[in-house]
Design a protein around this ligand. Structure first.
Ligand SMILES: Nc1ncnc2c1ncn2[C@@H]1O[C@H](COP(=O)(O)OP(=O)(O)OP(=O)(O)O)[C@@H](O)[C@H]1O
Ligand SMILES: CC(C)(CO)[C@@H](O)C(=O)[O-]
Ligand code: BAL
Length: 284
């Protein structure tokens, strides 16, 4: 059984008794509409902690005014059933009024790391993410918290927040979980039409082309970016919103690949904006 917890007070009381029993706590923050990607994070959390708490909260602070906050898939009963099937102990699922009873007087802001890539495309997004994750860490006080590399910029920013704000949690990054054809699993994939779903495989395929170029010695950013754009243009009608190569986890622009980097993609379909990425490291 997965116990659903709706209030902060109740969650804090549970955490207090778990701490008294010296149980280690793994936290998996999500926005719900759970899929196998999320469940991979949950399983890893189970293998490393006595108790796992999943949070399901569609955080209004991280959505821009023209984004899909209202439409974002919400299916808490289905999510709770899936969590129960997988033996997850608790789901913390507060309403927005519980997390934000009145407009916040105090909010966190992210510096240069949020001025690029997803942060540049979605102004204020990462301020909203770190604010809610900070609240979740304070409420749940996890020993370990699990985040997917699908949101690689988010993972880097949260690691930085933990360092700068002196949280004692250990952040664990989990590799991207993909559909059989390579499409990164995402709650937003439900927005794709049938044709778009077939074409969306082009994102991961274009990253594989980039990886092959890199493995064959190519280090020029422009050459790799333009190979990706060419592939995407030829294989999907989705509109390219971002193809960029940045150092990872520093998130600085590079001209030549001589450090660990990640290639970040965003492609817009009629209703879905899909992201994907690959981390490339020179082992030589
Ligand atoms: N395919 C995946 N592989 C690995 N981690 C994932 C995957 N999909 C989501 N996650 C991780 O799960 C956590 C919760 O993500 P979230 O609830 O936003 O799901 P999502 O599928 O990424 O949704 P969306 O596509 O709407 O952003 C995040 O840390 C995210 O990186
Ligand atoms: C980390 C998170 C749950 C914060 O709302 C969200 O950004 C997400 O699902 O990746
Ligand atoms: N997984 C990232 C959350 C968002 O797109 O708002």
């Amino acid at each position: 059984m997965t116990v659903k917890v709706k209030t902060i007070k109740e969650m804090q009381a549970i955490v207090k008794s778990l701490k008294t029993e010296q149980k280690s706590i793994g936290l998996v923050p999500t926005m719900g509409a759970l899929h196998e990607g999320h469940m991979t994070l949950m399983k890893r959390a189970q293998s490393e902690n006595d108790v796992v708490i999943a949070s399901v909260f569609v955080n209004p602070l991280q959505f821009g005014p023209n984004e899909d906050y209202d439409d974002y898939p919400r299916q808490i009963d289905q999510d709770q059933a899936l969590l129960a099937e997988n033996g997850i102990d608790y789901v913390f699922a507060p309403e927005p009024e519980e997390m934000y009873p009145s407009p916040l007087q105090i909010q966190m802001t992210v510096g240069a790391m949020a001025q690029v890539l997803e942060g540049a495309k979605r102004p204020g997004h990462f301020d909203g993410v770190v604010t809610v994750v900070n609240k979740l860490f304070n409420i749940i006080q996890p020993d370990q918290a699990y985040f997917g590399k699908k949101d690689a910029q988010q993972l880097a920013i949260i690691e930085q927040m933990v360092t700068e704000m002196n949280h004692s949690v250990e952040i664990v990054g989990i590799d991207i979980v993909r559909e059989q054809d390579g499409l990164a699993k995402s709650s937003r994939n439900v927005y794709l039409t049938e044709t778009e779903r077939l074409e969306a495989v082009a994102l991961s395929q274009s990253l594989q082309i980039a990886k092959t170029l890199f493995d064959n010695g190519e280090r020029n950013v422009e050459v790799i970016e333009s190979a990706i754009k060419k592939y995407l243009t030829a294989h999907t009608a989705g509109k390219i919103d971002e193809v960029a190569i940045y150092s990872y986890p520093e998130l600085k622009q590079v001209e030549k690949i001589d450090t660990q980097v990640f290639i970040s993609l965003a492609v817009k379909y009629s209703k879905a904006r899909l992201i994907d990425n690959i981390i490339l490291k020179d082992d030589k």
